[in-house]
Design a binder for this molecule. Structure first.
Ligand SMILES: [Fe+2]
Ligand SMILES: [Fe+2]
Length: 207
């Protein structure tokens, strides 16, 4: 993957918005993958309704970002993109607890940590429109983390597991590396996601 350029240039902003659009496109697929792949499990209707709702919001996020690329005279597909999210899906394809631990509770929660700073940098670079899109996505993603935690804890409860213990075990097994501080404790708390889940998995803060 080429390194992203600074947000000050249009090319840099296209690279950022393209990378985020790619994440959202994968997130649509991941929402539907949760609905279909795990349909044989004993899950209530509300589980499927929640993830269909998440997938619909991810589609809206993709549209917002793809529209912004059009504003810049670019389009989704113009640049190469990584497949990290899809690798996470493959690594957790046979274990719903692992999928919920890694996708909403590690990767989407990570989005909460980094998005506010990105929005500020875009605004400083004179692009309030892209910043506003990121802030809307950020609000929705708090809800996605909450939905992930709700179903993770539901499954642990009916299986008689201690949620934090299972979370630590699944993340260590299925996610490469430590979680990266600093964490956005405020947004994570707004999602109902307590620090006792993620702090024990943290690597050291970058200097
Ligand atoms: Fe999203
Ligand atoms: Fe999401």
């Amino acid at each position: 993957m080429p390194k992203r350029r600074a947000f000050g240039s249009v090319a840099g902003r296209i690279a950022l918005v393209h990378a985020l659009a790619h994440i959202e496109l994968n997130a649509i697929d991941l929402g539907w993958d949760l609905v279909v792949r795990f349909s044989a499990e004993d899950l209530p209707r509300a589980f499927f309704d929640d993830w269909v709702g998440v997938a619909a919001e991810e589609a809206h996020h993709f549209e917002l970002l793809a529209g912004r690329l059009t504003d810049f005279g670019a389009g989704y597909g113009d640049l190469p993109a990584h497949d990290g999210l899809w690798q996470a899906a493959a690594a957790t394809a046979d274990d719903l607890l692992a999928r919920l631990a890694v996708v909403p509770l590690v990767l989407e929660a990570r989005g909460l940590d980094v998005t506010p700073e990105m929005a500020v940098r875009l605004e400083r670079a004179g692009d309030p429109r892209s910043a506003a899109i990121l802030r809307q996505i950020y609000c929705d993603e708090i809800h996605h983390v909450a939905v992930g935690l709700r179903w993770f804890e539901h499954l642990c409860r009916i299986r008689g597991f201690v949620p934090e213990v299972v979370f630590h075990e699944r993340v260590r097994r299925c996610f490469k590396g430590d979680l990266k501080p600093p964490f956005n404790h405020e947004a994570r708390a707004a999602a109902g996601f307590p620090a006792r889940y993620y702090e024990p998995l943290a690597g050291s803060a970058p200097s």
